[in-house]
Design a protein around this ligand. Structure first.
Ligand SMILES: *Cc1c(COP(=O)(O)O)cnc(C)c1O
Length: 408
């Protein structure tokens, strides 16, 4: 079903440091031939974990890293191994498939499946019980099916689950007014033990915290209903990155950072970007005034211009919104994207970046220092141009771009 974890090989980087290469599952042999790659800095990942830990009010508060969507595009197995070694308490993913990938990669820490898709006949619960993966339940059908699966399993201990409470997101979860009935159902099955209660914030990244405050109150009320029904103390967790960093009352017993672990939008000085996307110039041509570039000739030279081609396009996750609007870095300097970003290639105007030549490194995301200066392109900048959010920028760097892991 899922591939076994790929071999890790050594390779040397330009600055002499050791770079560890996790071969991609499907893109080989592109990692050897095309110079386009995503470098994942595992030292920065650990730095961000420590920054999150420092922002917690209580050192009893646990951190459950959110590694859905292949750890936000960074490669879930390698990220999880790094965080597990750094003593992360547990992981959250959206899908059961994602949890199984982590177990296949040897991850022993608790894994919470938050999304709640367990198959049309809820077949997924069998795999889940076998692999000791913790489900988040919110439907009576989930509870009944899990109880049936547990009847057939030889488990002396009750099986731990978390419940999701919908305090205002309006997507998934038990509505607060239905919690008492739901609890009574769960309590009919002594094989199921509710270990955690979670909710999710709809507006935690806004400056106005009023709605988040209402959700926190609703979550407290749900916890009170819970306590009326049982003497066990559940782990309460609600905060995503924005909430844990901005609202101490949202921290409860555990927090669920995702984007903060990967550096956020690039605006927080405490966090370091984990991913850097780089490529190289593969061709340069001199254009005359009036010459056009790319599909539709959407850019024309207004002066004699040096145009460089880089082998990265929208199929790699470089948004077509970058056409004639975005910038990349060459020799430490920001240069404009000219013409349309195409599927596999992008053209940049290097007329004002003297000395640019074939094989020069070009940065699409991240920082670069070179003879012409030092600059950085953040997920926040790319998101603004592509009219989206940093989460989408990270998760759409495609499979075709091999991930190289840097262990400083
Ligand atoms: C994605 C997700 C998180 C993490 O969100 P960030 O904003 O990336 O920190 C936390 N909780 C749930 C339920 C999520 O789906």
């Amino acid at each position: 079903m899922l591939d076994t974890p790929a071999a890790i090989q050594g390779a040397s980087s330009e600055d002499g440091g050791e770079v560890r290469v996790l071969r991609p599952k499907r893109a080989a042999p592109a990692d050897i031939i095309r110079p386009t790659r995503a470098e994942v800095n595992l030292g920065h990942l650990r730095h961000n974990l420590h920054a999150v830990a420092r922002s917690l009010g209580s050192n009893q508060c646990r951190i459950w890293g959110v590694l859905k969507a292949d750890a936000y595009g960074h490669g879930a197995p390698a990220v999880a191994r790094t965080l597990e070694r750094a003593n992360m308490h547990g992981f959250c993913v959206a899908l059961l498939e994602e949890a199984m990938e982590l177990r296949d990669a040897g991850i022993k820490a608790p894994i919470l499946v938050m999304g709640g898709y367990f198959g049309p006949g809820l077949e997924g619960f069998e795999e889940l019980v076998e692999q000791r993966i913790t489900p988040v339940l919110y439907e009576p059908g989930h509870v009944e099916r899990l109880a049936t699966v547990l009847k057939g399993a030889s488990r002396p201990q009750p099986f731990g689950v978390h419940l999701k409470i919908d305090t205002g997101m309006g997507r998934l979860g038990v509505r607060p007014e239905e919690l008492a009935t739901f609890m009574e159902l769960v309590q009919r099955f002594p094989t199921i033990r509710i270990e955690g209660l979670m909710t999710h914030f709809a507006r935690a990244d806004e400056a106005d915290t009023e709605f988040t405050g209402q959700q926190i109150q609703a979550f407290h009320s749900a916890a009170a209903v819970f306590r009326q029904h049982t003497s066990t103390t559940p782990l309460l967790h609600a905060a995503n990155s924005a909430a844990l960093l901005s609202t101490p009352e949202a921290q409860f017993d555990a927090v669920r950072p995702g984007i903060a672990l990967f550096g956020g939008s690039g605006k927080s000085p405490a966090l370091k970007p984990v991913m850097r996307v780089r490529t190289e110039i593969v061709a340069i041509r001199q254009l005359q005034t009036g010459d056009g570039v790319g599909y539709g000739q959407s850019w024309r030279a207004s002066r004699p211009s040096l145009i460089a081609t880089v082998p990265i396009g929208y199929a790699d996750g470089l948004s077509r919104h970058m056409s004639n609007r975005g910038h990349l870095l060459v020799r430490g300097k920001r240069v404009p994207v000219v013409g349309a970003v195409s599927m596999d290639m992008t053209t940049i105007d290097v007329t004002d970046a003297p000395g640019s030549s074939i094989r020069d490194e070009v940065i699409v995301l991240g920082s670069q220092e070179g003879p012409l200066g030092k600059d950085e392109i953040t997920t926040g900048e790319l998101a603004e141009i592509a009219q989206t959010i940093p989460w989408e920028i990270m998760t759409t760097i495609s499979r075709r771009v091999p991930r190289f892991y840097r262990e400083p």
